[in-house]
Design a protein around this ligand. Structure first.
Ligand code: C2O
Ligand code: CU
Ligand code: CU
Length: 496
């Protein structure tokens, strides 16, 4: 086993000013609010559409410095900027093409999390970009409107690359979503919000030194790249597209006064109808879209409460399950522009299960292994025949938190321990949290994109677990096609 050093060490060293963010105080005007800064909104990624109709983007992975904490310069990594990345946006049916340059001193990759696309453009550990090299993936977007994201996926180094700042949103639009009267003015009432936790050294650098069994846990919440942010709201309703971009921390999100909000989308897109909740849990890699209503002149704080779903978890405190954080203060203007009431129905979800004779596979999650094996880039763990719907059962056999992410597809959670899933799992998902000793039955359809050479991944999205090998690979094959995987020279991968 690796380090069991506790997160308590980190807490004890937390600077007082930031520990104050964890207290239960009501938001008092003129106090802590004065030290907040406006939430940065990632700029939309510039694109050009040529005569061929292809929408082209350029991204550059690079180093920089960011004022994550006010008044301190922190060395960070970003795409086409010092931290995070521009928001890529494309429409269903559109062809997209990227020119991605790696200006880092070590190899990286760019994975399109949640995207249905050919395996050779998936950006996993088989598509490394050497320092100074350029990678040019392209594909046609063929899935419904959704909040996806992109991030590095170098084998064994994903946590480091993401933790240093490499992540961006990838929003898909479509006609069906456009036809719904939802908040959709980017940066005004439609807000991308990536939540991450960091620990800083006295000099202001990101502290990568104290790994727990769930990876790097921070004592400072960073939203869209900065600590202590507020969002000025000018409309009655605001839509938050929230990504848990943390390495290993779970969030139990709620508003300071416990007010209800509407859950309108999960990982793969809009739900059949809005669901009223006052809390939602997000594990690393998961996304939700919430709509919250505000009253003119008020402040309300998005917070994270202790994780209540902790049955079977040993050392919950060490894994951050007891922590409380203020995430983001929403400050409503003195007059708010009216917002339309939410539509009663959003996007229907057709049932997938048993559309064809389903293959049933099971996945046991334990320690850094799936089905008692750790990742081997030269081992194909399974092959999936194209155009099939499969049913996978996933079980966390551990006393650690894990989740389960599948590349290439969005899945439906058909059952949790044989029961219908809770509302928060009623839509399309690509990542699902797994409570110990609970069986998650997932249905997914592998429509196309056969490739005998390049695999897709499935893995735990706690990045430390993924890096430690809690991951497997599958090929999607055409009838009669034989696997022809490429052999990786692991010695030549050159991970820093
Ligand atoms: Cu978000 Cu395999 O990754
Ligand atoms: Cu992914
Ligand atoms: Cu895990």
């Amino acid at each position: 086993m690796v380090s069991r050093r506790g997160f308590l060490t980190g807490l004890a060293l937390a600077p007082v000013a930031y520990a104050a963010g964890c207290s239960m105080r009501p938001s008092a005007p003129g106090s802590a609010a004065d030290s907040t800064r406006p939430l940065p909104i990632p700029p939309p990624a510039a694109s050009t559409v040529g005569a061929d109709g292809v929408r082209r983007f350029t991204l550059r992975a690079r180093t920089g410095t960011t004022e994550m904490i006010q008044g301190r310069q922190t060395p960070t990594w970003g795409y086409s900027g010092s931290v995070l990345g521009p928001t890529v946006r494309a429409r269903r049916g559109e062809q997209v093409a990227f020119t991605i340059t790696n200006d880092l001193a070590e190899p990286t990759s760019v994975h399109w999390h949640g995207m249905h696309l050919p395996a050779k453009f998936d950006g996993g550990p088989h598509q490394m970009i050497a320092p100074g090299a350029v990678w040019t993936p392209n594909w046609t977007v063929r899935q419904q409107a959704a909040t996806l994201w992109y991030h590095p996926h170098p084998h064994g180094a994903t946590e480091k690359h993401v933790h240093r700042g490499l992540s961006g949103f990838f929003l898909i639009d479509d006609d069906a979503a456009d036809a719904l009267d939802l908040p959709k003015e980017y940066g005004v009432d439609d807000i991308p919000l990536v939540i991450q936790d960091r620990r800083f050294t006295a000099a202001g650098a990101i502290d990568e030194s104290d790994t727990t069994d769930v990876g790097l846990l921070g004592d400072t919440i960073v939203t869209n790249g900065i600590a202590n942010a507020h969002l000025s709201v000018s409309t009655e309703r605001v839509r938050l597209r929230i990504l848990n971009g943390s390495s290993g921390r779970l969030y139990n999100l709620s508003f300071g006064d416990g007010r209800a909000f509407q859950l309108i989308a999960t990982d793969g897109g809009l739900l059949p109808k809005p669901v009223t909740l006052n809390r939602i849990q997000l594990s690393p890699g998961e996304r939700v879209e919430l709509v919250v209503s505000l009253v003119a002149g008020e402040n309300v704080t998005l917070r994270s409460l202790p994780i209540t779903d902790r049955a079977g978890i040993d050392r919950a405190a060490e894994f951050g399950f007891d922590d409380t954080f203020d995430i983001l203060t929403l400050r409503a203007a003195d007059t708010l522009r009216a917002s339309a009431a939410l539509p009663a129905a959003l996007i229907p979800m057709p049932a997938l299960a048993a559309a064809t004779t389903p293959a049933t596979r099971s996945f046991d999650l334990q320690w850094f292994m799936i089905n008692n094996r750790r990742m081997d880039m030269n081992r194909i763990d399974m092959t999936v025949p194209v155009d099939t719907t499969e049913v996978w059962t996933v079980r966390n056999k551990d006393n650690w938190p894990h989740n389960f992410h599948v590349h290439d597809v969005q899945f439906q959670v058909v059952a949790v321990d044989g029961n219908p899933p809770p509302p928060a799992l009623s839509g399309w998902k690509d990542t699902v949290y797994t409570t110990p000793d609970t069986t998650y039955t997932l249905a997914m359809h592998f429509a196309d994109h056969t490739d005998p050479t390049y695999p897709y991944m499935y893995h735990c999205h706690l990045l430390h677990h993924e890096d430690q090998g809690m991951m497997g690979q599958f090929l999607v094959l055409a009838p009669g096609q034989q696997p022809a995987p490429m052999q990786m020279d692991m010695g030549a991968m050159g991970h820093g």
